[in-house]
Structures are given as structure tokens and as C-alpha cells.
Design a protein around this ligand. Structure first.
Ligand SMILES: [Zn+2]
Length: 353
């Protein structure tokens, strides 16, 4: 009996020293036990080998049965554990986890985006100025698209009158800073992207430094003064700018990308209109789905620009009229005497093949 114990220990020890897998060592011991039991059943009573290995086959059969029970229990436990573990445990593949691959599957399927485009989206840093009617849908689709770093700057708080079109917010968030209310919703929508809220007004003092942290700027503000600040900082830092604006039933949007020969926003809108001539959204009203349409288009322009897909609105201004369900696109060109960019896009445009 002691002999068999020593043989089992020796087999296990040799297995451990030679680095044999656990499974192989267990098989070897099983083989030994089978041999011992066979010897007990086949050899006559009193045979020296039987005497040396315990005398009775029943004893070894019991030990074998006990071992099998312990092994079976352990295996069952491991299977249960494997079943209880989350099915979507992150498995890094090409830099994306299984969860992310599933989340972005419809993008990755698109020929124009694919894996490389989705990777570019994840590496991209996009700043949205204004978390209002345009900012809400733009932010929503940037986060859903998997843009890796999304900044949002706004100094406003959620108001009941916003809820008619600013779809990121709910009644429980009234009074909270918009950027924090938005960040909470966006993080819940996509925990794989980083949301950076800035609860302050964008001023010319901070604009350039802030813009330099981002690759692309989206302007969804509702006043001319902030638009001027955004454009000046975008031109100074050389960042492409998707700017949009709304009035009542009509929206307009373009991509200002000077390095690609486009005008800057001030080339197209050089004169600050008389304040009495441009009623605000509060005074003039705006139809609820319009900011949704134009804001989603801003996100679409951002996705195309980042992934290098299709034709962006660079050098074109799109005007979308919801009331008559009509849209038109007009060409816009750099203006030589522009006070902000000096018509810089003209050279870039001429240099382009
Ligand atoms: Zn200009």
C-alpha cells in the first residue's frame, strides 16, 4: 500500500519536474491504479505483488471512485463558473474589445469606414462648442459613432424651455449645468469614449489653448459673437471647423477646412448682422426636429472627415428647408480680403491637384 503511495507521489513529482500538464500526470496515475486493481483481480490470493499493494482490490476501487468524484465535482464547478462569467469579457483584437467590435459592427461593415476608419474615430478628439439644440444630437451621434475623446463647452444650465428640442436632457436635470447633464447621458450611452465637460463660456482668451487639444471643432452655438471667437481660434490653430446655424424652419451647415482650400466661416459671413435683424431662437422660434437633423449632419460631417469617407461639405454650404422639404448646396470660396484668414484657403485651393 505504501509502495503504491510512493509510486503515485513519484509519478506526480516527475511530471511536475518535466513540466508535464496536470491532465497527463492524472492519466499516468489512473493507469497505475488500473494496473494495481487488475493485479488484485487477476492474481491469486497471497501473491507477493497483492500483499505489497494492500491485499484487497476493493480498497483501491474505493480510492479510485473517491478520486473520480472529486475530479467530477471540480470540473462541474469550473463549468458553472465559466457559464456565470460575463459573455462579453474584453478580448483585445486589433485594439478593439469584443464588446466594441459588436457595438461598432454596422460601421465596420461599411466599406468607407471599416476597421481603419473606426480606429481613426477612436483616436479622434472632437470639441463641440454649445450643448444646445445642435450640440445635443451632434454629441449623441459622436459618442454613438465611437469618437474616442469628446469635449463639450457651454456655460448654460438645463431649462424647461430647452426640453422641446434638446434631446439629451430630461426634467430631472433642470437647473444642472448642461455639460454635466450631457456628459452623464453620453457616458451611459457609450462608456468606451471619454467625455470632457467644460462648464464655462468659450472666450477668445481660452479658445486657442482649448482647440489645440482637439483635431476637429463643431460649432453649434446660437450667437454671432461666440461664432466669431470659434472661427478665429479655429483659423489660428489650423483646426477644421464644422459650423451650423438654425432659423425657424431652415438650417445651414458647412465644413471650413482651410488646408483643403475652403473659406473660413468669416469669408462667408463677414458682416455681423444688426442685432435687431436677427431674432434669437427664443424670439423667432424653431421647429423641434430641425436641430436634430442639422446636428446629426454635423456629426456625419465629422465622421466622414475623420474616417476619410466620401465627400464632405468642405467648400460647400448646405441649406436645408424643413418647411418645404427642400435642400440646396451652394459653393463657397475663400475671400482675399478676409479679416480673419486673409483668404489663406485660396493658396491651399490653388495648390491642390
Ligand atoms: Zn476667411
Amino acid at each position: 500500500m505504501i509502495l503504491v503511495g510512493v509510486m503515485i507521489a513519484t509519478l506526480w513529482g516527475i511530471g511536475a519536474l518535466t513540466g508535464a500538464p496536470r491532465q497527463a500526470r492524472l492519466y499516468m496515475i489512473g493507469l497505475l491504479m488500473t494496473g494495481v486493481i487488475a493485479a488484485h483481480l487477476l492474481l491469486p490470493d497471497g501473491h507477493p505483488l497483492r500483499m505489497a499493494t494492500g491485499g484487497e482490490a476493493a480498497f483501491w476501487l474505493l480510492i479510485l471512485a473517491g478520486g473520480a468524484l472529486v475530479w467530477g465535482y471540480g470540473r462541474g464547478l469550473r463549468m458553472l463558473k465559466a457559464r456565470a462569467a460575463p459573455a462579453e469579457a474584453p478580448v483585445p483584437r486589433k485594439g478593439f474589445s469584443e464588446t466594441e467590435l459588436t457595438r461598432y459592427a454596422r460601421h465596420i461593415t461599411l466599406r468607407e469606414i471599416g476597421g481603419p476608419g473606426q480606429g481613426a474615430l477612436r483616436r479622434a478628439r472632437v470639441l463641440v462648442v454649445g450643448a444646445g439644440g445642435l450640440g445635443c444630437p451632434a454629441l449623441t451621434y459622436l459618442a454613438a459613432s465611437g469618437v474616442g475623446t469628446i469635449g463639450v463647452i457651454d456655460d448654460d444650465a438645463v431649462d424647461l424651455s430647452n426640453l422641446g428640442r434638446q434631446v439629451l436632457f430630461d426634467e430631472a436635470q433642470i437647473g444642472r449645468p448642461k455639460v454635466h447633464a450631457a456628459a452623464e447621458k453620453l457616458r451611459a450611452q457609450n462608456p468606451h469614449v471619454e467625455i470632457r465637460p467644460y462648464a464655462r463660456r468659450l472666450t477668445s482668451e481660452i479658445a486657442q489653448e482649448l482647440f489645440s487639444d482637439y483635431d476637429l471643432i463643431l460649432d453649434g452655438t446660437d450667437n454671432f459673437a461666440t461664432r466669431e471667437v470659434v472661427n478665429a481660434a479655429a483659423v489660428a490653430t489650423g483646426k477644421p471647423l464644422v459650423a451650423a446655424a438654425l432659423t425657424q424652419w431652415e438650417g445651414q451647415i458647412s465644413l471650413y477646412d482651410l488646408a483643403r482650400g475652403t473659406p473660413c466661416w468669416a469669408c462667408v459671413f463677414p458682416q455681423r448682422p444688426d442685432a435687431s435683424l436677427i431674432p434669437s431662437c427664443a424670439e423667432a422660434g424653431v421647429v423641434s426636429p430641425l436641430p436634430g437633423i442639422i446636428g446629426a449632419m454635423m456629426a456625419a460631417e465629422a465622421v466622414k472627415r475623420i474616417a476619410g469617407a466620401g465627400e464632405t461639405l468642405a467648400g460647400r454650404l448646405m441649406i436645408f428647408d424643413v418647411l418645404y422639404a427642400d435642400s440646396r448646396t451652394i459653393a463657397v470660396r475663400p475671400r482675399a480680403g478676409c479679416a480673419v484668414c486673409g483668404g489663406r484657403g485660396l493658396e491651399a485651393g490653388a495648390a491642390r491637384p
